[in-house]
Design a protein around this ligand. Structure first.
Ligand code: ADP
Ligand code: MG
Length: 339
């Protein structure tokens, strides 16, 4: 018998990786927004058509790419963000896996236009099924414009699995809001089928929250501040009387990255003890800054779960900071007859 193991061709490996990174149009939005943020963009515009199924376009005014980098950006494990394994413990960027563009280019028609500030002429590359279809010099504003067309055109099973336009748009809006909340200083817009859904000017945390969730949110926000050696906490919790019947507005950001944490959620709920009606959920927008060395983000390709070195300390700090804020702002326990 001859040997039977072979290395997979790149386009096959990319397509497999894409299965993990890209579940739906919203995953593409997340990856592209994160790339724009890592490129120090101050203004990011998102345009989608048909819930992102036919077009997702992200335009930024970031640092752009050289001709060679533009071509390299579609290679798998090609990244400008880390060089050594040790760099994983001091991450300041959203990306580091060097997989997103390679994955997206394996399962969609992709067009990249990019120019660095110091260059007069930019680069335009078209990709299809991991192959370069064309590459030429082009006139384009400083920054990067990435267009992703016909997502999953070559994976019918995935394409058919996509939900209705309403559901997919909801996922996109959720992802967009998470990134916009994590970066209030950056201006964002989102346009769907020529309707402008969001136009968010650069602002602070409080303004960004009210720009997204409406002016009435402002009076419901109770500020939370704490700074210990382990963590710096900022942001807001919603007053208990505005708690919702469903978990909607619950956001944790760790080092400006949206994360899900049932454990920390529990800390918030514990701080609200005695203040909430049964089956209601407090709103919160909590920003935690920790030493990048004390967390591990590399647990899952989508990076929404992270591991903390000292989860118990974080829990205690968060809970006491919120209790303190609720007390300070005279949010008294509900009287029995109100229940
Ligand atoms: P990662 O973000 O993990 O590095 P990606 O596949 O998302 O991997 O991107 C590959 C590389 O392409 C990035 O490291 C970056 O150098 C470059 N790049 C991607 N998007 C942009 C952008 N919007 N502006 C400038 N450079 C970008
Ligand atoms: Mg990336």
């Amino acid at each position: 018998m001859s040997d039977i193991i072979q290395l997979l061709p790149d386009h096959v490996a990319n397509q497999i990786a894409a299965g993990e990174v890209v579940q739906r149009p919203a995953s593409v939005i997340k990856e592209l927004l994160e790339n724009s943020i890592d490129a120090h963009a101050t203004r990011i515009q998102v345009v989608i058509k048909d819930a992102g199924k036919t077009l997702i376009q992200v335009v930024d005014d970031g640092v752009g790419m050289s001709v060679t980098d533009a071509r390299m950006s579609f290679e798998r494990h090609a990244t400008s963000k880390i060089k050594l394994a040790d760099d994983l413990f001091s991450l300041k960027t959203k990306g580091f896996r060097g997989e997103a563009l390679a994955s997206i280019a394996a399962i969609a028609h992709v067009e990249l236009k990019t120019r660095r500030a110091e260059e007069e002429i930019g680069t335009c590359i078209k990709m299809e099924g991991s192959q370069v279809v064309s590459q030429e010099a082009c006139v384009t504003p400083k920054g990067t414009c990435l267009s992703v067309k016909n997502l999953f055109y070559n994976i019918p099973a995935r394409r058919n699995f996509l939900k209705s336009d309403n559901v997919e748009t909801r996922h996109i809006i959720d992802e967009f809001q998470r990134v916009a909340l994590a970066h209030p200083d950056i201006s964002f817009s989102l346009t769907h089928n020529n309707n402008e859904l969001f136009q968010l000017p650069p602002s602070n945390q409080r303004q960004r929250i009210t720009n997204i969730f409406g002016g009435k949110t402002n009076e419901k926000l109770v500020p939370v501040e704490e700074d210990t050696g382990i963590v710096k906490v900022s942001g807001f919790v919603g007053k208990p009387e505005f708690a919702k019947k469903s978990r909607g507005e619950q956001f944790f950001f760790v080092n400006n990255r949206f994360i899900k944490s049932p454990y920390l959620n529990h800390a918030v709920v514990a701080a609200f003890e005695g203040l909430l009606k049964d089956k209601s959920y407090p709103s919160y927008f909590l920003y935690l800054d920790v030493d990048p060395k004390s967390i591990d983000i590399n647990i899952h390709p989508t990076k929404t779960e992270i591991k903390f070195d000292d989860e118990h300390a974080l829990y205690a700090i968060l809970k006491s900071a919120i209790k303190h804020s609720l007390g300070q702002f005279n949010v008294a326990p509900m009287l029995d007859f109100e229940r």
